[in-house]
Design a protein around this ligand. Sequence first.
Ligand code: KIV
Ligand code: NA
Length: 278
Amino acid sequence: MEGKRVTVPDVVEAKGKRRITMVTAYDYVTARWVDRSGIDMILVGDSLAMVMLGHEDTLSVTMEEMLHHTRAVARGAHRALVIGDMPFMSYQVSVEQAVANAGRFMKEAGAQAVKLEGGATVVPQIRAIVEAGIPVQGHIGLTPQSIAQLGGFKVQAKSAETAKKLIEDAKALAEAGCFSIVLEAIPAPVAKIITESVPIPTIGIGAGPHCDGQVLVLHDLVGLFDRFRPKFVKQYDEMGERLLNALRAFRREVEDGIFPGEEHSFSMKPEELRKLEE
Ligand code: KIV
Ligand code: NA
């Protein structure tokens, strides 16, 4: 397709030079649109558990489901860097499992990198995955796979003490070899300090304007996901409303006998029709 693929070094080198963009995609058709838009990275987020599959949280999505969606995205994305989001329990149990599952995103699904949640505690996994030649994006702050511990989707690192811990986590992730870090739902000043403290790009979602880049869930950004809307989402379109209008128009035209018209119908040679009607 148009131009060459965004690479991991491209993303790292963008820090301090230009702002980086990332959005989620979970299927082929949306991956094609995102790819065409010039967005740098496509995250096949485990948020698909909620957005695509209707679960209450991200905990139940499986490796097989994540690979299934990542394959579809990889078929549609030729320019953007595709990142597979490692699901709950695919990397927490052991370093060996983490490497094997990260490898599946690359070998079986066509991802160019993986993402996983957590700070200093997941450094052994990150080191081992990176040593296997697989780029890793970190993710700290609000980490939805820890929802049971966090007690809900809440802003993190609001006290100086928890903010300090988060800054240390970010440094640990950079040292472990992450090529970028997602910062989710943390105060803007904390994200600013982290961004200035690590040599790799920070990609914010609900983390203020000082990050090196920004990420949003596609279905939030275009107004397709209507179950709830976090404060940090900016909705750039009302695609849900537009979809509803299109569907209602179709329904009305069918019910009123307007659709299909002649231009949507196939004709038959008159002599064949005559023979048919004999
Ligand atoms: O799963 C997801 O969509 C994410 C982003 C919000 C960073 O992890
Ligand atoms: Na995620």
